[in-house]
Write a protein that binds this ligand. Structure first.
Ligand SMILES: [Zn+2]
Ligand SMILES: [Zn+2]
Length: 103
């Protein structure tokens, strides 16, 4: 064991707090789920209430539009696939890639 101090990663709760206070970069595209326009927050289709976070489908579409997928090696705008079988959502790693690129 070395005497090196452990790093101080940001607690998840704090991270979530910071993230929720900033508009998610996925808002730069329209939401395929609730049809929110680009730049507008997602809303609940039933009540019209605005959501603090974009729909997962929107985040997925945003990741697909902006990032290459480290998992299945597709270019931006090309949907992810599992061995040639189309996926409805992007791979988690592509999502991470998009988040890191936007940060
Ligand atoms: Zn939405
Ligand atoms: Zn993929």
């Amino acid at each position: 064991m070395t005497a090196r101090k452990p790093g101080a990663p940001m607690p998840p709760a704090l991270r979530a707090l910071i993230h929720s206070s900033v508009a998610h970069p996925a808002r730069t595209i329209a939401c395929p789920h609730c049809h929110a326009l680009a730049g507008r927050p997602c809303t609940l289709r039933t009540t019209g209430r605005q959501l603090p976070q974009p729909h997962p489908q929107r985040v997925s579409a945003w990741a697909q539009a902006t990032a290459v997928c480290p998992e299945c090696q597709v270019e931006p705008t090309v949907p992810c696939h599992d061995d040639g079988r189309a996926r409805h959502t992007v791979h988690d790693r592509r999502h991470q890639e998009a988040e890191e690129t936007a940060a």
